[in-house]
Write a protein that binds this ligand. Sequence first.
Ligand SMILES: [Zn+2]
Ligand SMILES: [Zn+2]
Ligand SMILES: [Zn+2]
Length: 348
Amino acid sequence: MKSFHCTCGNILFFESSRCLRCGFEVGFDPIQNTMRVIDRSLKRCANGVEHAVCNWLLPISSTEALCASCCLNRTIPDLASRRNQQHWSLMEAAKRRLLHTLNALGIPLHTMAEDPQNGLAFDIVSTLLNPAMTTGHLNGVITVSLEEADDTWRQINRQQLGEASRTLLGHFRHESGHYVWFRYLSRLHWEHPTRIAFREVFGNDSYDYSSALNRHYEQGPPANWQENYISAYSASHPWEDWAETWAHYLQMIDGFETCDHLGIRGGGINLPLVILPLESCALPTCLSSRMSSEDADFHAWLQRWICLAAVLNEISRSFGAPFLYPYVISAAVARKLRLVHHFANIWR
Ligand SMILES: [Zn+2]
Ligand SMILES: [Zn+2]
Ligand SMILES: [Zn+2]
């Protein structure tokens, strides 16, 4: 995330609604892509005014009441419950951060009304009260279980599923991976070079999805999954591997943006680091027949990330906390991230 400042010079965060130094009302203006003091040209999103769950702004002249993030909601929780409202607020904050990163990547987003074929919508619902619904993506609609905003619930799920990390933001990023797959990849012919490249890197996605997931939940991942996958769940099916790798890529984009804005370089640290083979950052041969300067740039980018990750983990170790970055980037994972990076560039 970028760093923001109030007109008084104080630091503002992406989630801020008020400057803690000068007391001015502030919010995020998605048109100018920055935090701003609310002047006469701006108004708060109605979900911010009425429910305190949103800090995004709109031009005062807009006929819309909801901001660019809230207008993507198709279903919101029952607000008769105060607890639902608190959880919804956490969900919206995670969702806005996802949208900010997709925006930074230049991926255009529209509502279902604006673009019925490629539009995006969110259902944020209690899956306890609606057991037929689960967190997932279908035809442009991302559903996220409201219960995931409950820390205890999420930690229990994380431990039961053997996950290294489980966050609301991670859910939104993961499901956005299924959405971009649906939007850009699913409609391409099986023999399209993009689909061939996908299969070469992520594996053959023609085998039955639900039986693959059932097998994963019954038998767990292969013992050596870390050699090939960013997470254990990635090993369940190439579509899940894609969504997990996509989510990881978005995490890196956001993480790098934060470090760059705070002046954290991460180079020259005194840690023995894994040096990835340069070939692991080459595109599949059906897309490019030889190593390019972009492959080398990506390799340097990934190496810098591995360096930063080591710093983050050493810092969390000194606080006695779990690893902030509990992941291993193997050569196979680097190859997947390289393809995600390539696709993200051509989709902008
Ligand atoms: Zn201020
Ligand atoms: Zn809003
Ligand atoms: Zn998934």
